[in-house]
Write a protein that binds this ligand. Sequence first.
Ligand code: SF4
Length: 340
Amino acid sequence: MESENLLEVRDLKKYFPIRKGLLGRTVGAVRAVDGVSFDVKRGETLGLVGESGCGKTTAGRVILRLIPATSGSVVFGGQDVLALPKGELRAMRRRMQIIFQDPYSSLNPRLTVGAMLQEALSIHKLASGQAARDRIAELLDLVGLAPDHARRYPHEFSGGQRQRIGVARAMAVKPELIICDEPVSALDVSIQAQILNLLEDLQKQLGLTYIFVAHDLSVVRHISDRMAVMYLGRIVEIAPSDAVYDMPLHPYTQALLSAVPVPDPARKRRRILLAGDIPSPANPPPGCTFHTRCPAVQDICRREAPSLREIHPGHWVSCHLVEQGATHAPGPSAVTLSAT
Ligand code: SF4
């Protein structure tokens, strides 16, 4: 029987070597992704969230093999992506696409939109001649652009329209999985909702699976079925989006969420300000890597790294104290969300 998981990521690591001296001797490593595991079901959207530098974008690129992994496995549709020979990688790439954050720099300024989409179709030998022209018109219609936009260059479009072109380019090859890498964070707030709605409509229409990488939790909740929260290259909490949003269990998730405005004026969140900066991924703290900033820290946190454990069905948390409720006990120094 075919697995309901389209993607299975296990203990994925990406270390960037730090080199010094004339001979480029390796003196250390930046642990950008440090043992990440998760599954994504067919037709699901998994939000991958965290502050800048947490490793979420790197994880997305390693999954697509845009950059090589240090270790771990990525199984897509039953095939190990990281072990695929180069000849088979192109076929796999057709099935896994990416939409980049910056619609300005991700489009080739020298190509018309039509030529750009034609290129995607040609590389994968999907259509040529009239069939390609028809497909390009269809793709532009799919993302809410007009057929005559095919003759224009990227600089002739607004930011939102350019991101629609980026979406069309990803859709051109009929992928199954799309990694959306902060696709709306460079856009005006008024345009963000349009692109998010477009991505949701396309998902329903075409049965797509998304990994949605973002630092803004309110954006991720809008589109994701589940959320995985990353800190210093690791997942600290993963659960259905509503559970993360309504009952965050990891102190880091609680702090991130405390900065998200709540639309209901009757409910207020107490803002949790984290002390200090994020430690360097080249020299992560021992034990729980969040202990240098965690208001609920205990001695054990400085010594032992917590494992990711299932606290409620489908709700996984990496924190020593979560079972004791210590991370959500009310009190002046507790890390908690208060509703008044
Ligand atoms: Fe905070 Fe300790 Fe939990 Fe880490 S293990 S999040 S330091 S309470």
